[in-house]
Design a protein around this ligand. Structure first.
Ligand SMILES: Nc1nc2c(ncn2[C@@H]2O[C@H](COP(=O)(O)OP(=O)(O)OP(=O)(O)O)[C@@H](O)[C@H]2O)c(=O)[nH]1
Ligand SMILES: [Mg+2]
Length: 253
């Protein structure tokens, strides 16, 4: 029963991608379960099979401890770790061939506090992977793109799990811009040229130096373009998932 965690900055499209991928897989006769780990989610674009809000509720925490929304979100993120046994049991009992996990809205609550890596390790002992979403609208600027590469590298460093990268919400950009970003993700030269062309002064210098560091680290994040509105890229995503999680086999045998 492999698991895939969907991660990305706030608003990068995690919940909608969880909805689109699970709907599409079900349409293709795959047995899928969805998990919501966002204790503060008010409305979700899918009906989660397993829901952390059954155990931890951010609104409830706000009232009980007199906290604001951010304080409650931090506390909720930490409390989720205590519910890991319950959540792992729920995942087990769902008996799905693939479980898709939608992570909390603010990525740092999941990636940069102790609870996130603990949950990723403990939710299942089966095969797992992380999908990191690059928001296409944000990533269209080379400086933002390079910053997102650093975030993706930091996330990888926290979880040390197989991780692959998608460019989300591509329906919001012209095809030419999408192709350009995909080009940057595959060719450091193309990204370097964009930095020289599109950025000035400090921003150019900063991006150029960040790119040098990335080259030194030997990181490359080839992006697969996706849209949860048009379902573009879901076939490609599924192929990558099958390769990572199932050594190329289908989930359902
Ligand atoms: N056009 C378009 N909009 C999208 C797509 N995916 C998400 N959105 C929109 O982007 C916004 C954020 O999407 P979510 O799926 O809630 O993103 P998230 O990462 O779960 O956000 P938080 O959990 O609130 O941080 C919503 O307004 C969505 O409708 C997409 O593929 N295309
Ligand atoms: Mg969400």
């Amino acid at each position: 029963m492999p698991l895939v965690f969907i991660i990305g900055t706030a608003g990068s499209g995690k919940s909608n991608f969880t909805a689109a991928l699970s709907d599409w897989l079900r349409m293709n006769k795959q047995d899928v379960a969805t998990v919501n780990l966002d204790a503060g989610a008010l409305k979700l674009p899918y009906q989660p099979d397993i829901d952390v809000r059954n155990y931890v509720d951010a609104t409830d925490i706000m009232e009980r401890y007199g906290l604001g929304p951010n304080g409650a979100a931090v506390m909720a993120a930490d409390l989720i770790a205590d519910e890991c046994t319950n959540l792992a049991r729920d995942v087990e009992e769902a008996h799905a061939d693939l479980t898709i996990v939608d992570t909390p809205g603010q990525m740092e609550l999941f990636a940069f506090r102790a609870a996130g890596p603990y949950i990723v390790n403990e939710l299942t002992k089966e095969q797992k992977a992380l999908i990191y979403l690059f928001d296409a609208v944000f990533s269209a600027n080379p400086l933002n793109y390079v910053s997102n590469m650093f975030l993706a590298a930091a996330v990888y460093n926290r979880f040390l799990q197989p991780q692959f990268h998608l460019l989300s919400k591509i329906d919001l950009l012209p095809k030419k811009t999408v192709n350009q970003i995909i080009d940057w993700s595959k060719s450091p030269n193309a990204l370097e040229n964009a930095i020289e062309e599109k950025l000035e002064d400090t921003k150019r210098l900063f991006s150029r130096n960040m790119l040098k560091v990335i080259a030194k680290l030997g990181i490359q994040f080839p992006l697969t373009p996706v849209s949860s509105k048009t379902n573009e890229g879901l076939i490609a995503t599924n192929s990558i998932l099958e390769r990572i999680l199932m050594q190329g086999e289908k989930y359902t045998t």
